[in-house]
Design a protein around this ligand. Structure first.
Ligand SMILES: Cc1cc2nc3c(=O)[nH]c(=O)nc-3n(C[C@H](O)[C@H](O)[C@H](O)COP(=O)(O)OP(=O)(O)OC[C@H]3O[C@@H](n4cnc5c(N)ncnc54)[C@H](O)[C@@H]3O)c2cc1C
Length: 400
């Protein structure tokens, strides 16, 4: 049984940001993580990220953790915009295991555009199998030369008699090696820059698609996708032609705060692990935790963790209450929480001394796993650009 305290901070769950159903969900996901301790051990032992990724996805699906992705789900997180639930789930999963959070979040990321913008036929065709974990999805927007600047996307979708023909590449795609469905943003050329982009749903079995696996700093399904004369029918268009940039931006705006939530989960695990170590480690004067500099480090970690969790809670609450400008809070939450988590994890390694660098120890794993959060779904620098751009509008709102 788990020796560490709970994966959520009960005092934060008691704040008015959350309703009783959110507290229930947080506890349910906590219990689910406890019941799958063996699976998390296998995640660490298995050297085949595709095989273990599929197992985690199937466990999430068969235990109902992805039910909210069903087209007809009554408490649909993605369709109803309940980002508080999504954030609390990611927080617990990230605390339990990197792959648990990764698999859950990428499946939600891939399914959400179908939920929000798909036709009834598209929703009925793809979402039920995504909710059971029988079908993995991925969201493919980045390219080698279009990461932070999505308006520079060059994957070409050319109109042909049978529909559209895709030629080009996508880069750094999470879950791409196991996905059966790719949600792809490509250039249809109906307008310049961002205006000429369209979203497509592309089955992985479509002739002309090739997967190039990429080994990442933390083992996971990760790849580039190559499209070479890949023809898809007209009904593969998701949303409207020319609406791809808006779909991608809306999705990222919603999911950035959830990256912050995952960062809170990783950081809380690091803090709990470091505290257990500092309490048990003997130094000449007593416990490591008694040393003033060590206590000061824990105070800093505690403040950062609280601030991060509060910013994530606020962002999710702003989105759920229908604030049209919630994107600003989503960026603030992602920026602060991921940067703070990086510092907290680094401090945990330092507090462990050499033991924190041993391969596959908890601090060493967290050290590798936390790094990508400051990059994906918009780098920290890009979040600063977004936040700065909203300052004037926010001030004007306060004055009026
Ligand atoms: C683990 C992981 C999973 C990912 N999963 C996916 C996925 O599933 N689907 C997908 O489509 N993509 C995915 N990505 C790609 C990710 O979204 C991009 O890596 C990210 O947007 C940054 O783009 P880039 O790597 O091209 O870096 P670049 O855009 O080249 O940035 C390089 C540096 O320049 C800075 N920079 C660039 N532009 C600006 C600017 N305007 N202002 C200030 N600084 C700037 C950046 O902050 C960064 O420090 C994933 C990446 C990682 C690491």
């Amino acid at each position: 049984m788990r020796q560490l305290p709970g994966r959520h901070d009960e005092a934060l769950l008691a704040l008015p940001f959350f309703e009783p159903r959110h507290v229930d969900l947080a506890h349910t996901v906590d219990r689910w993580c406890d019941a799958h301790i063996d699976l998390w051990s296998d995640c660490r032992a298995d050297t085949d990220p595709d095989k273990i990724g599929r197992r985690v996805l199937k466990a999430l699906g068969s235990d109902g953790r992805l039910e909210f992705l069903r087209p007809d789900a009554s408490d649909s997180i993605a369709a109803d915009g309940d980002l508080r639930s999504l954030c609390l789930a990611r927080e617990a999963l990230a605390y339990a295991d990197d792959l648990a959070d990764f698999t859950f979040s990428i499946q939600a990321l891939a399914a959400t555009p179908v939920l929000r913008h798909g036709t009834d036929e598209q929703r009925r065709r793809w979402l039920p199998d995504m909710a059971t974990g029988d079908l993995a999805g991925c969201f493919a927007v980045s390219e080698e030369d279009a990461g932070s600047d999505l308006a520079a996307i060059s994957l070409c979708a050319q109109r042909v008699d049978a529909g559209y023909r895709l030629d080009g590449r996508k880069a750094w795609i999470a879950n791409g090696t196991i996905a059966g469905l790719y949600c792809v943003i490509a250039r249809t050329g109906d307008g310049p820059g961002a205006l000429g982009l369209t979203a497509f749903l592309v089955p992985a079995t479509t002739p002309g698609v090739r997967v190039e696996p990429v080994a990442a700093i933390a083992a996971r399904s990760f790849c580039h996708l190559v499209f070479d004369g890949c023809v898809i029918p007209e009904n593969a268009v998701l949303g409207r032609v020319g609406g791809g940039f808006a779909i991608a931006m809306e999705l990222l705006e919603r999911f950035r705060m959830t990256v912050g939530a995952a960062a809170v989960g990783f950081a809380r695990r690091a803090l709990d692990t470091a505290l257990a170590r500092a309490r048990s480690r003997k130094v000449s004067s007593g416990q490591l935790f008694d040393l003033p500099t060590v206590r000061a480090t824990f105070a800093d970690m505690e403040v950062q963790l609280n601030a991060a969790a509060l910013l994530v809670g606020r962002a999710a609450w702003e989105a759920d209450r229908g604030n049209r400008n919630f994107g600003r809070h989503s960026s603030i939450a992602k920026l602060y929480a991921t940067e703070a988590a990086q510092e907290i994890v680094d401090a945990a390694v330092q507090l462990h001394g050499a033991a924190g660098l041993v391969a596959d120890s908890v601090p060493e794993r967290l050290y590798r796993q936390i790094r990508s959060l400051r990059i994906y779904e918009g780098t920290s620098e890009v979040q600063k650009v977004i936040i700065a751009n909203t300052i004037d509008a926010q001030r004007a709102e306060r004055i009026s």
